[in-house]
Structure formats: structure tokens, C-alpha cells
Design a protein around this ligand. Structure first.
Ligand code: NAD
Length: 268
């Protein structure tokens, strides 16, 4: 039987690693950008909102801001080419940028549909393809971590475009993982549940929270940092044996099949 006695323990440090995070200006993206930088990585922080990533960069010299739209053809190729030119490599890509547009299905406009697909799905394709090309050319493996949503797996009424994009991201993750595994590039997905951020601030009214919190077994909305920890896990040595998988960080939302109003099977 082989022994792991001489194995090094997984590390959560990222010294010498170059990371690119999309949607880095806010919420989950900003949280993981800060954590990667604190753990020693050089981080290319990409966002449509240039002022937001510039502010992150002012707080930590390891963070480098880039203003770009992930859904625009050629934009992520250009950003990743600049990252490789300046830092010599790209080790880790986090596809986090996302938008959440809601409308009853029959009132969903072509624009809402196209904008959702462009940012949440095509953006993941553009950045992953550009990153995989440079990772394959270098031959030193790599990590891609995508951010989906619990609504990839359960219905979100009025969120047809969003749920389509997030389910697409999870399927895309599995195919990429198969294709890139021989090159030592892992591809995984973090599936957040309800998380406090700019995206959810307008949605989490008191009325929504009163209905939402009893529906979450852990009874809490997540902080962005709690989701960032899952992203760092897949990107770290600790996550070296995971590929093509999805980690739900949702307070138990999806696994819970409880009956409504506190009723339970077997109780009288
Ligand atoms: P957020 O709105 O706080 O941050 C998203 C960031 O992405 C913003 O800074 C925004 O400017 C940027 N962005 C949007 N479109 C972009 C584009 N085309 N190009 C570049 N940057 C762009 O949102 P968040 O809650 O931190 O969400 C991050 C990810 O997590 C998203 O993919 C979202 O769908 C997913 N998610 C969030 C929740 C939640 O409850 N907050 C739940 C499930 C999944």
C-alpha cells in the first residue's frame, strides 16, 4: 500500500501565483480578490466598473485593476494577453462576473435575454478559452473556478434568463474539466446561495428576507467572504483532486425537502 507520509499538507498560500478574477469590483469577486492578494498572489482584478477595481488596487499593491466587459468579443483575450506580458503567466482564473435580471418569462425582452447570456455565459466562455490557451501553452497546469448559482438547480420564477445561464455554466464546467484534465488544469464550480452583495441589495427587501430566511436551513444569508472561501479552496493545493464538480454553499437551501409550515412526516 502506498503511503502519504512524505506528502506536504495542502496550502492555502498563493505566493508565485497569478490570478485573474472577473467581476472583482464588488461582492463575491471583491472578497476573493482581497483574499487571494492577502495569501500572496498577484491578482488581475477585472470589472466593468473601473473605479471599483482601482479602489481595490489602492488598498493592496498585489491587486492590478483592469476595466473590461467580459461579454465583449476580444476583451478577455486582450486582458489575458496583457496579464501574461506583465506577469509572465496565468495560474488561476475565477469567472465570477454576473448580472441578475428578472422579468416574468413572457415579458422577458430580447435585450434582457441577450445581456444575461453575454455576461453570465459567453463571458465565461471567452475568459476560459483565453486562459486555457495560455495555460496549455505554458504546460504547467492551472485552475479555473466558475461561479454559478443555486438557481442552476432549482426554479427561480421570473429568472428564466438567469437560470439558463447558470445551468449552462455548470454544464460547461464539466466539459471543460474533461478536456483539460490531461493537461493538469482543473475546472470547478462554486454554487452560491443567497449572499449579501450589490446584486442582492435591491432584492432582499424585508418582505423577501422574512420569506427567505425560514427557507434556508442555516437561517442566514451568506457574506461574500464565505463564498470566496470555496473559490480559494478549488484554486489552492487543497483542491488539487477536484475537477468537474460543483460545491454548493447555500446554507442547505437545495438539500432541504421539508414540508411547509413546520409539518413533518411521522408527526401526528
Ligand atoms: P455584485 O453585483 O456585487 O458583483 C458583480 C460584479 O460584476 C460587479 O462589480 C459588476 O460591475 C461586475 N460585472 C457585471 N457585468 C460585468 C461584465 N459584463 N464585465 C465585467 N464585470 C461585470 O454581485 P455578486 O452577488 O458578488 O455576484 C457575483 C457572482 O455570484 C455572479 O455571477 C452572481 O450571479 C453569483 N451569485 C450571486 C448570488 C448572491 O446572492 N449574491 C447568489 C448566487 C450566485
Amino acid at each position: 500500500m502506498s503511503s502519504n507520509a512524505g506528502d506536504t499538507y495542502p496550502t492555502w498560500r498563493f505566493e508565485g501565483k497569478v490570478v485573474l478574477v472577473t467581476g472583482a469590483g464588488s461582492g463575491i469577486g471583491a472578497a476573493c480578490t482581497r483574499r487571494f492578494a492577502e495569501a500572496g498572489a498577484l491578482v488581475a482584478a477585472v470589472d466593468l466598473d473601473g473605479a471599483a477595481v482601482a479602489a481595490l488596487a489602492r488598498a493592496d499593491a498585489r491587486i492590478h485593476p483592469f476595466t473590461a466587459n467580459v461579454g465583449e468579443a476580444g476583451a478577455m483575450d486582450a486582458v489575458i494577453a496583457t496579464v501574461v506580458e506583465h506577469f509572465g503567466q496565468l495560474d488561476i482564473l475565477v469567472n465570477n462576473a454576473g448580472i441578475f435580471r428578472t422579468a416574468p418569462f413572457v415579458e422577458t425582452t430580447d435585450e434582457t435575454w441577450a445581456e444575461s447570456i453575454a455576461t453570465n455565459l459567453t463571458g465565461v466562455f471567452y475568459a476560459s478559452r483565453a486562459a486555457a490557451r495560455v495555460m496549455l501553452a505554458r504546460g504547467a497546469g492551472g485552475r479555473i473556478v466558475n461561479v454559478s448559482s443555486q438557481h442552476a438547480a432549482v426554479s427561480e420564477p421570473n429568472g428564466s434568463a438567469y437560470t439558463a445561464t447558470k445551468a449552462g455554466v455548470e454544464g460547461f464546467t464539466r466539459t471543460l474539466a474533461s478536456e483539460l484534465a490531461p493537461a493538469g488544469i482543473t475546472v470547478n464550480c462554486v454554487r452560491p446561495g443567497a449572499t449579501r452583495s450589490n446584486l442582492t441589495a435591491p432584492i432582499f427587501t424585508q418582505q423577501v428576507l422574512d420569506a427567505l430566511l425560514p427557507r434556508i436551513p442555516l437561517g442566514m444569508v451568506a457574506e461574500p467572504d464565505w463564498i470566496a472561501q470555496g473559490i480559494l479552496f478549488f484554486a489552492s493545493d487543497a483542491g488539487r483532486y477536484a475537477t468537474g464538480t460543483t460545491l454548493a454553499l447555500d446554507g442547505g437551501y437545495i438539500m432541504d425537502g421539508s414540508l411547509a409550515a413546520g409539518a413533518a412526516y411521522g408527526s401526528s
